[in-house]
Design a protein around this ligand. Structure first.
Ligand code: PLP
Length: 389
């Protein structure tokens, strides 16, 4: 392997130094990654892996796509950061593109998924004056204090109380939602497909019912498309399956091809509630990340990755069925697989066999590969999962 692709620190030393120098908030896999291209990554010892985690649904256009790399390099030589005290061209071009893609009216930029949810919650408070949020059981909306209040897992929330905690209702249950939403509800926040929970797709009609319930009660409807956005599910956004337009949509992950960026878009009547000074961020929508996002969106269009996600997702599910799982859930290349196996061990075995996958529970694997993945690569991953079972 070429020297520039090698890590200067040996793996065991790396683990020791990480343990001493970095907050130990992450459970890491036993591997040091140094390079990526398309759906593949390589470790510090030169071993190749197929990456069916894709930076947790971030690398939709694949690792180091040449067009994105070129856009970043070109922009980095021109202007990296100026702050939001000044106009920059890429930010406005990107906002216009996101308006077209989502059918929303105005964009607010930020730097992560949790921040986009924070922005949505603050906008809800400003627009409605109400603090009560209704969210779904199993929901994941991020780890900052506001977003954490709408994240279901008690283990994430409890150590950090008091929070503005949401009222949680079972997902995909319109009656339960209706019973929970009152005149005091500021907003209902839903993932159009639940991701971190292990990929749960609602019945057709659920999101439409949610829209009606919110309209009847005068509450806002927020769709968190941080994970489902940018072709992941076989549509540009998972909401497109339902035809439902939310009042607010949150985006991040795949948006800037791997650079940290989030966005919150809203309908005009809601977005007007944010006045100058109501919210802001030093880095948000900077020239460099915005250039990366514009290039990423262009690649998704040029390479027809939304359609590809639908086709390859269907193929992946067909092949996975042959393994006889308990259940397969998903849309496009966002697939959850329940297995009669210890999935933590399965993830480790797959890693040894050169495949990166991720478990969202003791018996659940989530497969979220780059949308550029090929049939041969899918075949190999399914074979490795089968062998590892
Ligand atoms: N919302 C959803 C639906 C997510 O899946 C995630 C992350 O997995 C987040 C919000 C939080 O995003 P971030 O990790 O960028 O803060």
């Amino acid at each position: 392997m070429q020297l520039e692709f090698m890590s200067l620190i040996d793996k065991n030393e790396m683990k020791k130094r990480d343990a001493e120098a970095i907050f130990q908030t992450y459970a890491r896999q036993d591997v040091v990654l140094v390079r990526g291209a398309g759906a593949k990554v390589w470790d510090s010892e030169g071993k190749e892996y197929l990456d069916f985690v894709a930076g947790i649904a971030v690398n939709n256009v694949g690792h180091c796509h040449p067009d994105v790399v070129e856009a970043i390099a070109r922009q980095a030589e021109t202007l990296i950061h100026t702050s939001n005290l000044y106009y920059t061209e890429n930010q406005v071009l990107l906002a216009e593109e996101l308006k077209r893609l989502t059918g929303m009216n105005r964009a607010y930029f930020c730097n992560s998924g949790a921040e986009s949810v924070e922005a949505a919650l603050k906008l809800t408070r400003r627009a409605t004056g109400k603090a009560m949020i209704v969210a779904a059981e199993r929901a994941f909306h991020g780890r900052t204090l506001g977003a954490l209040g709408a994240t279901y897992k008690a283990a994430y929330r409890e150590p950090f109380r008091p929070l503005n905690e949401a009222v949680f209702v079972p997902y995909n249950d319109p009656e339960a939602l209706k019973a929970a939403v009152t005149k005091d509800t500021g907003a209902v926040i839903l993932e159009p497909i639940q991701g971190e929970a292990g990929v749960y797709v609602p019945d057709p009609g659920y999101l439409k019912a949610a829209r009606q319930i919110c309209d009847d009660a005068g509450a806002l409807l927020i769709f968190d498309e941080v994970q489902t956005g940018f072709g992941r599910t076989g549509r540009w956004f998972a909401k497109d399956y339902s035809g439902v337009q939310p009042d607010i949509i949150t985006l991040a992950k795949a948006l800037a091809g791997g650079l940290p960026m989030g966005a919150m878009l809203a309908q005009e009547r809601v977005s007007e509630a944010f006045q100058r000074g109501d919210h802001g961020s030093t880095f948000a929508g900077g020239a460099l990340v915005s250039a990366a996002a514009l290039a990423t969106i262009e690649v998704i269009k040029k390479e027809r990755l939304v359609q590809r996600s639908e086709e390859m997702g269907a193929y992946l599910c067909t092949e996975l069925k042959k393994l006889g799982p308990r259940e397969i859930r998903g849309q496009g290349l966002m697939v959850g697989l329940d297995l009669d196996a210890d999935c933590k061990i399965l993830v480790e075995k797959a890693l040894q066999k050169g495949v990166l996958i991720n478990s969202t529970g003791d018996h659940t694997i989530r497969l979220i590969p780059p949308l550029v993945v090929t049939r041969d690569q899918i075949d190999r991953v399914v074979k490795v999962i089968g062998e590892s079972l």
